[in-house]
Design a protein around this ligand. Structure first.
Ligand SMILES: Cc1cc2nc3c(=O)[nH]c(=O)nc-3n(C[C@H](O)[C@H](O)[C@H](O)COP(=O)(O)O)c2cc1C
Length: 156
């Protein structure tokens, strides 16, 4: 697990991209499982965190951590034949991680996902509690990812 407290006072590089899967529906679940397994291990080792939203044929992924490591991994991911039309939506230095608790959160409406792709499905059982800043940052990024899952939404 990435230690987010180590980011205090440090800058974090964040990259967001969108792509479309080339995987056929038959082998997609197994392939995705493999992608998440490898991603979690490798991202953890690299001190990277992030989230991968899977919605229909579309991926939206957030990668955050050291800039050189994020860029190097992104080059590897962009060359992966299991998706295509990889387009960078946003990149830059931010003050803190949004997904610091995840090496790679699985965002989808599938069983076993870490976070829901459907908006509003994350209503908490403590609606009156003030969300922690970290949780709000994560929610804001999640909402942005959900917007970007719509192909009509163009990067700013
Ligand atoms: C949509 C998508 C997202 C991916 N995300 C990651 C990721 O976050 N981290 C990662 O290590 N690999 C990710 N991969 C897999 C990489 O493309 C690559 O297969 C993996 O890092 C192993 O690379 P290596 O054999 O060069 O170490 C992703 C692949 C796809 C298709």
């Amino acid at each position: 697990m990435t230690d987010t407290t180590a980011d205090l006072g440090q800058q974090v590089f964040r990259l967001v991209y969108r792509s479309h899967t080339t995987m056929g529906s038959a082998n997609r679940p197994a392939e995705l499982e493999e992608i998440f397994e490898v991603s979690r291990r490798k991202n953890h080792d690299l001190g990277l965190s992030g989230a991968l939203l899977v919605w229909q044929d579309t991926f939206v992924q957030v990668l955050e951590g050291d800039e050189a490591r994020v860029r190097e991994l992104y080059a590897t991911i962009a060359a992966d034949q299991r998706h295509q039309q990889v387009e960078t939506l946003d990149e830059g230095v931010v003050s803190a991680r949004a997904f610091g608790r995840w090496a790679m959160a699985h965002v989808s409406d599938d069983e076993g996902a870490d976070l829901p792709a459907a908006r509003g499905a994350e209503a908490t059982d403590a609606p009156h509690a003030t969300p922690r800043l970290e949780d709000r940052r994560q929610e804001m990024l999640l909402d942005l990812m959900r917007e970007y899952a719509d192909p009509d939404i163009r990067p700013l």
